[in-house]
Design a binder for this molecule. Structure first.
Ligand SMILES: *[C@@H]1O[C@H](CO)[C@@H](O)[C@H](O)[C@H]1NC(C)=O
Ligand SMILES: *[C@@H]1O[C@H](CO)[C@@H](O)[C@H](O)[C@H]1NC(C)=O
Ligand SMILES: *[C@@H]1O[C@H](CO)[C@@H](O)[C@H](O)[C@H]1NC(C)=O
Ligand SMILES: *[C@@H]1O[C@H](CO)[C@@H](O)[C@H](O)[C@H]1NC(C)=O
Ligand SMILES: *[C@@H]1O[C@H](CO)[C@@H](O)[C@H](O)[C@H]1NC(C)=O
Ligand SMILES: *[C@@H]1O[C@H](CO)[C@@H](O)[C@H](O)[C@H]1NC(C)=O
Ligand SMILES: *[C@@H]1O[C@H](CO)[C@@H](O)[C@H](O)[C@H]1NC(C)=O
Ligand SMILES: *[C@@H]1O[C@H](CO)[C@@H](O)[C@H](O)[C@H]1NC(C)=O
Ligand SMILES: *[C@@H]1O[C@H](CO)[C@@H](O)[C@H](O)[C@H]1NC(C)=O
Length: 597
């Protein structure tokens, strides 16, 4: 009896899971959306983010793909031949921007998609969900770091698995345009300050190797990881004169793990015979290994796709990271000594506790010695202990509390001798995780409060001369209340309250530091009568605050029922004291949380 109530709850909870960023299409019905305003022009959807810092020069632009994504699910990606921008009147580029612009009209699920150039992923994203009036959205991404790749002929591949039928009518009409900006002096305030350091140490890599699936294939070029013992890997060879290596990892989670942070422990599922509820508890980590040695772990940000929890929360302000999923860099330089032998090596991805399905691939960015065909290196030290995960649970039938905590540290150091000197690199990742989950109302309400702390430092040094030091401290936060109650007469009310946040501090030695506080609060409800929605509402408030001393961007914006309630933007830096930069934003963050929690 009890379990059937939970099943109902689970069905409501999971219903968006199967329909959002949906891979296997339309196995479960999606409630009809209501009260959509009638407008003449398509509604613009957007993700709140700082503008890309651009030179004041005019770009040279080219449309590289125009395609209508209709019945594309399970088909090969859409291809185009990419030619470098030899037609531009200038050939030195300081900034390169990818612009994805799409329109859609009708009904459709949110679909995950990827854009690859020569197998190197440039963008992972999720589509906005259309309505009868039509919607339009643009994603702009700074792709300057792929400069070397963009200067050669390549195959562009785009996979967006969509299905169209009588009900789900939306076809995604997409244009991808690249904008090449000519060099402008003093644009990059920190790079230009670096005077006597290694040529190109801070700028883009000389070569980028795809760690993705090879064409031809159906679906995306990402690897699919389906369970905790599944692992996917790729063999590769690097040039023998590399002196720096960074692995950039792309990650998205779907189906049974779309809401991995809400998955209850197995003991709870078993005790309550919840056969349809995804489990394995709420802790996940992506583990990356090189020839069997763990080089890095990623505890990902909880991106919520545009159909997640309550689709009306994301119209028109979309969830943090959903239009441009975060990627994660792992410094591989300490391990270079192991792979400079001209032989084949293997990078592998695992996901601890994974359920079906994770989409993961990576790009290996390599810096090459322009004065020598050979460099040499040695791994000096590598410490990687398994994650320490603890679970405290206390439950009776469908009510209960579960506290999951985890921590991990991975560090490595090694040297690489090149024409630029003998550089010693030390890389450290420190991670901390906490998830508290409360099941109440006999399984019909769930409260989850999850925090991830993700610290990384990379330190590179030539004896007696300092080169490079980056530090990043990230905090990923999600607080969710989801409840469903029986209102009698076949009517159910579901309520969702959400806080989603990403906080990041970065520094590049003494030269540059930035801080970002990005926080969303959302409230939604939906009234279901006999499995169809008869009423629904979603509203979202967001505060975004970025400051790197030179570029500042603050936005305080809210939407409700497709309308913008308020929108304040400031893009000048307020005068701050040194400690203001450090701690002032923390107070803002806490006070914003106070409001909702
Ligand atoms: C794509 O580009 C074409 C040609 O410039 C234009 O007519 C069309 O409206 C564009 N579509 C989108 C979605 O921007
Ligand atoms: C990844 O998973 C495979 C298969 O279970 C296992 O053999 C391997 O040891 C795992 N690697 C790591 C680094 O956990
Ligand atoms: C895990 O996934 C792999 C790859 O799909 C599959 O071969 C294997 O049987 C699965 N293992 C379990 C325990 O389900
Ligand atoms: C991350 O760094 C900050 C500042 O140094 C520190 O307070 C925090 O404990 C670190 N977190 C982890 C997980 O190491
Ligand atoms: C579970 O908690 C609810 C209140 O949230 C209470 O009404 C119910 O009796 C509890 N069930 C059990 C089995 O303790
Ligand atoms: C959810 O948010 C609404 C509106 O802010 C509030 O009235 C309600 O108390 C919240 N419910 C829970 C369980 O947090
Ligand atoms: C719900 O469906 C049942 C069975 O199909 C029907 O008897 C009942 O009248 C419906 N209730 C409402 C409120 O539509
Ligand atoms: C954002 O704007 C709302 C409405 O004007 C206001 O109540 C709130 O304090 C503002 N938040 C910040 C951080 O400025
Ligand atoms: C969520 O967890 C964090 C850290 O674990 C804690 O500081 C905060 O008070 C919690 N929030 C709520 C509403 O429980």
């Amino acid at each position: 009896m009890a379990s059937s109530i939970f099943l109902l709850f689970a069905l409501f909870l999971l219903q968006p899971s199967f329909s959002t960023a949906n891979v296997h299409g339309i196995s479960l019905l999606r409630p009809q959306l209501l009260s959509e305003p009638i407008q003449d022009t398509p509604t613009p959807f957007f993700e709140v983010t700082k503008p890309i810092e651009l030179p004041r020069t005019k770009p040279c632009s080219s449309l590289i793909l125009r395609h209508d994504f209709g019945y594309t699910y399970g088909k090969p990606p859409v291809f185009a031949n990419y030619n470098p921008p030899s037609h531009c009147s200038f050939q030195v580029f300081s900034k390169i921007v990818l612009e994805w612009r799409a329109t859609c009209k009708g009904r459709q699920f949110d679909r995950i998609f990827g854009v690859w150039l020569g197998g190197v992923e440039l963008l992972r994203s999720c589509t906005a969900e259309p309505n009868a009036n039509g919607i339009v959205w643009t994603v702009e991404k700074d792709i300057t770091r792929y400069h070397s790749l963009l200067m050669t002929k390549q195959t562009l591949a785009v996979y967006l698995g969509n299905l169209v039928d009588k009900t789900y009518t939306g076809v995604y009409h997409v244009n991808i345009t690249l904008h090449f900006y000519p060099a402008e002096k003093n644009l990059n305030h920190y790079e230009s300050n670096l005077g006597n350091s290694i040529p190109g140490y801070h700028s883009w890599a000389d070569l980028i190797l795809p760690i993705s699936r090879n064409l031809p294939l159906n679906d995306g070029l990402w690897f699919e990881i389906k369970n905790s013992t599944d692992s996917q890997s790729k063999e590769f060879k690097i040039p023998r004169n590399a002196y720096r290596a960074v692995l950039e990892v792309y990650i998205s989670f779907h189906e049974n793990d779309e809401f991995w942070y809400l998955n209850p422990p197995d003991e709870y599922i078993t005790a309550n015979s919840l056969t349809d509820t995804p489990g394995n508890g709420p802790f996940r980590e992506v583990v990356v290994s090189l020839d069997g040695a763990i080089v890095g772990a990623i505890w990902p940000f909880t991106v919520v796709y545009t159909g997640g929890f309550e689709p009306l929360l994301w119209r028109p302000i979309t969830g943090i990271g959903s239009f441009n999923l975060p990627t994660y860099d792992i410094e591989i330089t300490p391990f270079l000594g192991n792979i400079l032998d001209g032989m084949t090596h293997k990078l592998m991805f695992n996901v601890t506790n994974a359920l079906n399905v994770w989409f993961i691939d990576a790009n290996l960015h390599l810096w090459l010695d322009k004065q020598s065909p050979i460099t040499e290196g040695k791994l000096l030290k590598h410490i990687s202990l398994p994650s320490v995960v603890s679970l405290v649970s206390d439950f009776k039938d469908l009510n209960g509390t579960f506290l999951t905590k985890a921590s991990r540290s991975i560090s490595s150091s090694g040297w690489v001798k090149s024409s630029y000197g003998n550089i010693k690199t030390h890389s450290v990742q420190d991670l901390y995780y906490s998830n508290s989950m409360v099941m109440g109302s006999d399984g019909n309400a769930q409260t989850v409060n999850q925090t991830i702390h993700f610290n990384e430092t990379v330190h590179a040094q030539i004896p007696s001369s300092f080169i490079y030091m980056t530090k990043s401290q990230k905090i990923f936060l999600i607080f969710l209340y989801f409840g469903i109650s029986d209102q009698g007469d076949g009517t159910h009310l579901s309520v969702v309250n959400l806080t989603l946040g990403m906080k990041e501090k970065k520094e590049l030695g003494e030269l540059w530091r930035s801080s970002l506080e990005n926080l969303q609060n959302g409230q939604g409800y939906r009234i279901m009568k006999n499995d169809s929605a008869v009423g629904a509402l979603g509203k979202t408030q967001q505060v975004y605050d970025y400051d790197d001393g030179k570029l500042c961007y603050f936005r305080n914006v809210s939407s409700s029922e497709y309308k913008i309630v308020y929108d304040k933007v400031r893009n000048t830096c307020a005068k701050k004291t040194e400690s203001g930069l450090e701690f002032g934003l923390g107070r803002l963050w806490l006070s914003a949380l106070d409001g909702i929690l």
